[in-house]
Design a protein. Structure first.
Lengths: 218, 218, 218, 218
DNA sequence: GCCTAACCGAGACGGTACGTCCGGTCTTTTT
DNA sequence: AAAAAGACCGGACGTACCGTCTCGGTTAGGC
């Protein structure tokens, strides 16, 4: 479900005449934020399985109904937390402009602060249990967590092709998938942190060689 | 824990008098298989989180004690199921011998039958919840599921280097990690099947270009 | 709390200067009635415990604040409903004047119409949960529900003693208690209706024999 | 539901041949007792409304499932507690044999010990909320709480008629109802204790006069 | 006619209990 | 002693309700 659908509910049922002013008290956005913030913290501290809704509710100083009014289940809440986390850290700044694709990518991948990196890693590390809580739910489409991140990387790679730094046949989508997969595997399965050694060897050892040497198209 | 430790229990605690005659009824190996089989099916049908031990016990027509006598926990059981699945499909045949690294890799990655691929995919797709069920447990080392598979791939790549098909500086370990990560991401997060298009473009677009064009060592 | 106190709030807190002009919009008495009416109906239909304030509010087409502005809690509302019900049916007519205590009592006890009796019974039958909702609250004194009713009966009995129909030693208070207890037990615990057979045998079999044959004072 | 039905479940589904030995672990009667005991205590301490199932479970050192396996709801549990309480205190001793109906009745009504009386009173006083938790449930038949008690009184009254102490036309059932009603009213509504003054004046002022002076049958 | 305060319906809010469901352990009977 | 069956404790989940608070709007006086 997620935030958006919740809002839709009150607006969707007018079809013709009335502008359908939503009656009653308004949703308090501060509550949304307190809940998301608390959830993020708890995920980082104890992981998905050991996190309980009562913990969230207590730390957010919210009522259970306020949580379930917005998200239909624990997994639904966590799903939203993930996209919210990345939205927060990415939308602040525009694309990096270092002049070379290698440093552009590293600038994005390397988190802005050590604290942020640490938190993101700990959240991800405790997240395994969440991934397919309800099998069919996330079956279509990508996993929200990596989506905004990959958007930025996609733009960087496209720009590098445009200015001739990478060959036009370079398979951008595949490269993006490699980056996302390696990051997910490292956090979710290997439980190792996203340090610069990791990102560096990923870019230099795999991504750039593959992009610069695309296979001859069949 | 797994199968082995369960067996040890009855032999370890008498050391002197009796020549280790196991008293009472013998363990029934058919029970092991019924449980593993049922678990695999249920994993494919509903995923890790929605699978309950009672489901397993009911389908295997076993008792709960019989399960917990062999495996110490739900995750322990599933861990065993996974290596059991891979053992079954890999140990049959030795290394492929096609003469070229490309076809060698594809021969291993491509599953032997469509039905088997489908089941393996569905099990993996419903497995996310399992990955870090207990945060610290699998924190060190790799995930068992991919271990035997990567062993085979490692041997293939080493052989290709030995016979000069790949340069000696090729980073075998990184390549293995790319393969495992991409497979895990596709199954666990994207929930898309392991078809030959996927494996083909992975090998041709990423793995081989990266192996053949290693970065200049710093 | 009840109706009165709600009104008092706006009048009580200025005592000297202003001539106590209540500012703002006036309370709408129609709202009071809609709420009381709805509450009565719902009590008869589902009983105290299964009645929710949201039901009341929905049926009365009122807002929750409008209810809690007048009554401080669910029990407070129901308390008022009960005295309101009895006020309605008793205050209309003065004491009956049949000439004999037996017919006087029956005239009061027997409800005026079958429909009214039925509703009163159903309300009472679903009322148990309410009785000691807050243990200490009604601990002292009698239960309001039967108070006005017993007042009338008390007057009738006194009059009968005065005119010599009952002996002066007759224990009026005990007799009143018997009537109230039997009615409460029948409605609250036995869930059987207040038909004339019940009241008739109560008066003839218990109340009058006891009153006419008081025990020798010790 | 109650205790009995729970047991029936496992025995009811054999119809022809097998003696149907119930498989699996047996219900532990000690658990039943721990739960009933704890419930009684908590009822006496905080009343029905303020008693939570978690309190019961915690004090009884039981699991929630063990409670709900035996009783389908909070009210179901309390219903059973009540008959269990009275069964416990009455079945011990046979009918009293004082020779006169007055002292016989008082011997039964007056509780055996002050502590027992006090507990019984406190349970009853906090019980109001329970009475018609689900309206239709206790609609037919009497309320279990007073049933065993009235059985004893019925026997005493019959015996007194047989030996000529009371006239044969005495309405035993009505007298029993008076006793039960007065006791219920005093505990549930007036919240006053069952002291000997109360029982004494009830017997002497109401019950015996009514029994000894039955109305002329019409 | 405009201002201001209290009202109104609607409904979100914090808090808390309920009854369900599982994981992992323990007990009973049969093999 | 191991098997099937199932009861046991503990604890999280999602629902429902109470009494409070907030929203936009309406209804009166007093100016």
């Amino acid at each position: 479900m997620g935030l958006v659908k919740g809002l839709k509910i009150q607006k969707v049922d007018q079809s013709d005449s009335k502008p359908s002013v939503p009656l009653g008290r308004k949703r308090d956005n501060a509550v949304d934020e307190r809940i998301l913030e608390s959830t993020t913290e708890i995920l980082a501290e104890v992981g998905y399985d050991n996190m309980t809704m009562d913990m969230v509710v207590a730390r957010a100083k919210a009522g259970k109904a306020s949580v379930y009014r917005r998200w239909s289940s624990k997994s639904d809440l966590v799903r939203d937390v993930l996209s919210w986390m990345n939205r927060n850290s990415l939308e602040l700044d525009g694309l990096p402009e270092t002049g070379a694709i290698r440093s552009d990518l590293l600038a994005v991948l390397r988190p802005h602060s050590a604290a942020e990196s640490d938190r993101k890693f700990r959240v991800l590390a405790g997240l395994g249990s969440f991934l397919s809580h309800d099998m069919g739910q996330t079956a279509t489409g990508h996993f929200e967590l990596f989506q905004p991140w990959m958007e930025v990387n996609r733009a960087l790679l496209r720009r590098a092709i445009d200015r001739g730094e990478l060959p036009p046949q370079a398979d951008v989508e595949k490269a993006l998938q490699v980056i996302a997969s390696m990051a997910a595997y490292r956090g979710l399965i290997q439980h190792e942190p996203f340090d610069s050694e990791f990102f560096g060897s990923l870019i230099d050892g795999i991504v750039l060689p593959a992009l610069k040497n695309p296979p001859p198209s069949p």
